[in-house]
Design a binder for this molecule. Structure first.
Ligand SMILES: Nc1ncnc2c1ncn2[C@@H]1O[C@H](COP(=O)(O)OP(=O)(O)OP(=O)(O)O)[C@@H](O)[C@H]1O
Ligand SMILES: [Mg+2]
Length: 581
């Protein structure tokens, strides 16, 4: 387990080592007073007279020991926490790096709840390993072992008797770990389910309210919470009898020593003196061992969580090359592209070429795979087979950064960070000046609503951009793309949320930014893409035709149907308005 975490400790390993040394010293100081206790009791049992100064010196020694204990233990804990929290930081940063390289599909499959749990709760568990289990565990085992050896040296018979409760306690703990382990997967899965359901419940509250689904949704919520309770109680039921045995028996080393030791003293096998010395030493052993073994009891949980972490990190990352862009042009070529999100394939061998400096539109029924194809060009996912090249260079051959420098993507789902609108636009090009940001916002028709906010560009976007309307989010997204000024642009329903007046302005802005660029545009309103150089008709995951608007009207019945539906939708709206008037 430690080996798995070790690479992330890095330079802080020495802190863990120092923590173990200091804590061992602390525990040694903590158990030494039992010896002074013996020194005071032993002469009294022999009926010897002792001076007050003799007692006071030992009491002072006890006080010094306690001071040493407090200081070194606390200092040890400080070091162990420095090492632990730096390791947690390294783990989280490394996990984030690996997550970033994962195909988005895998991340979605994991679920926000599980990812949050791994990132916060599970990684926090590593703190127990590094800050406590390792340094405190080592100290709490090393010192008692030394004391047990001393007990054997003093009286091997009593030493042997002292081992019996230790062994029984350890066996009980082993049994607890074994039986608890069988329930652990179910327990953690139920915890993960509860996490995901709670997040879904909160995220979906709007839908739940609109459709009066409070009852169903609450029931599901209640079910997972109850199931978590059942799994937890189940786990404790299996564990607690063993827990009761080891917590009571293990620290009680005198259990057999007391009766048999007394008999030995009476029989003259050992002196009372020695028995008292061994007794005093045994008091120091039990609690320390129990503490160390309590950490061991947590190891199966820790193992499970580290395995979860590894599972998440070990998922094959996105195939990302290391080279820069070396394409001979900005022509984009989809060749026999097959792709599926999970097991079901949604694109079945798409061939499509986008010529440099031209606009290609994707049209087709909802669910035909248009957005998927667009996302593949920005390498959100790896293909099942086939290839996507830019100027002849496969996109998996170049680094994501190189690809991102060439391609700007305005997606169907807009996401804004909870920072200012200014910073949200700046994401498009972090080196841009304020004037350039303002210009991009202007061109994407953002200023009209930004000027309405008292804080203007400094207005916070809210969680995921919820302070803004869909159309406003879309315009911010477009401003990002304008600022980025990449030579290849992918626009997925970029004006879907627009009212007619703004749509016209937006289209004008889009036309302008599309000039001289290689563009892939997706639009439901076919009137907006009618002038595209090429229109690709998607149907059930295939590109069934690709040509100009006029030619497609003649040759492709599916396109004709889409076009007629699009025309009648707009005339239907006009007619309806006319009827009402
Ligand atoms: N994240 C996902 N996980 C699993 N399946 C998905 C995912 N996204 C899309 N799909 C499926 O892939 C198919 C293509 O979806 P896609 O979003 O590409 O369609 P589209 O043509 O863009 O539709 P629309 O016009 O409605 O935006 C659909 O059947 C959809 O159910
Ligand atoms: Mg789509």
């Amino acid at each position: 387990m430690f080996k798995k975490v070790a690479p992330y400790i890095g330079e802080y390993k020495k802190y863990t080592v120092w923590a173990a040394i200091l804590m061992s010293l602390g525990i040694l100081a903590n158990v030494t007073p039992y010896y002074f206790l013996y020194q005071i009791i032993a002469p009294l049992t022999r009926g010897e007279k002792i001076e007050l100064s003799y007692v006071l010196v030992r009491v002072a020694a006890v006080a010094v020991c306690e001071i040493i204990f407090s200081f070194s233990y606390v200092q040890g804990l400080t070091f162990s926490h420095v090492s632990a929290y730096n390791t947690l930081k390294n783990l989280r940063i490394s996990l984030q790096g690996k997550l970033e390289k994962q195909p988005l599909g895998n991340i979605r499959e994991l679920g926000t709840g599980r990812i949050k749990k791994v990132f916060t709760d599970d990684i926090d568990q590593v703190e127990l390993l590094l800050a406590h289990a390792i340094p405190e565990g080592i100290a709490n085992i090393a010192i008692p072992v030394v004391i047990i050896v001393m007990m054997f040296v003093t009286s091997w018979r009593l030493g042997l008797l002292s081992l019996v409760p230790l062994v029984v306690g350890m066996l009980a703990m082993g049994m607890m770990m074994k039986s608890g382990f069988s329930k652990m997967n179910a327990y953690y899965e139920s915890a993960a389910r509860m996490n995901n359901t709670i997040i879904e419940y909160v995220n979906g509250m709007e839908v739940v309210k609109v459709f009066n689904k409070d009852g169903d949704s609450y029931k599901r919520f209640g079910d997972v919470v109850r199931s978590y309770r059942d799994f937890t109680i189940d786990w404790y039921k299996v564990c607690w009898p063993w827990m009761a045995i080891y917590t009571s028996v293990l620290p009680c080393l005198v259990l057999l020593m007391l009766p048999f030791g007394s008999l030995m003293v009476l029989g003259g096998t050992i002196t009372l003196d020695k028995m008292i010395l061994v007794f005093c030493m045994s008091f120091a052993v039990g609690p320390s061992f129990l503490k160390a073994l309590n950490f061991a009891g947590k190891f199966p949980q820790l193992n499970y969580k580290i395995a979860e972490l590894e599972k998440m990190m070990d998922h094959p990352p996105l195939k990302e090359g290391t080279s820069g862009f070396s394409g001979s042009s900005l022509d984009v070529e989809f060749k026999d592209v097959h792709f599926g999100y999970a097991d079901t394939e949604v694109l079945h061998g798409v061939d499509l070429s986008l010529k440099q400096g031209t606009t290609t539109a994707l049209v087709g029924e909802s669910g035909s795979g248009k957005s998927t194809l667009a996302k593949l060009l920005v390498h959100y996912y790896d293909l099942n087979s086939g290839s996507i090249t830019i100027g002849g260079q496969d996109i998996t051959d170049m680094s994501l950064k190189a690809l991102n420098d060439k391609v700007a993507f305005v997606s169907q789902e807009q996401f804004l960070f909870n920072t200012s609108l200014y910073e949200n636009i700046l994401i498009g090009n972090p080196t841009a000046t304020r004037t350039e940001v303002l210009e991009a916002a202007e061109r994407a028709q953002c200023m009209e609503f930004i000027n309405r906010f008292p804080d203007g560009l400094e207005t916070q976007a809210g969680d995921g951009g919820k302070q803004l309307s869909g159309g406003e989010r879309q315009r911010i997204s477009l401003a990002r793309a304008i600022l980025k000024n990449a030579p290849i642009i992918v626009l997925d329903e970029a004006t879907a949320f627009m009212d007619p007046e703004n749509e016209e302005k937006m289209n004008a802005a889009i036309d302008e930014i599309m000039k001289d660029k290689t563009v892939l545009v997706i639009a439901h309103r076919l009137s907006t893409i009618k002038n595209a150089d090429k229109i690709c008709v998607m149907k059930e995951g295939e590109c069934i035709a690709a040509d100009t608007h006029d030619r497609l009207l003649e040759t492709c019945s599916d396109y004709r149907k889409l076009w007629e539906a699009s025309i009648s939708a707009s005339t239907w709206k006009i007619k309806e308005a006319g009827d009402n008037a």
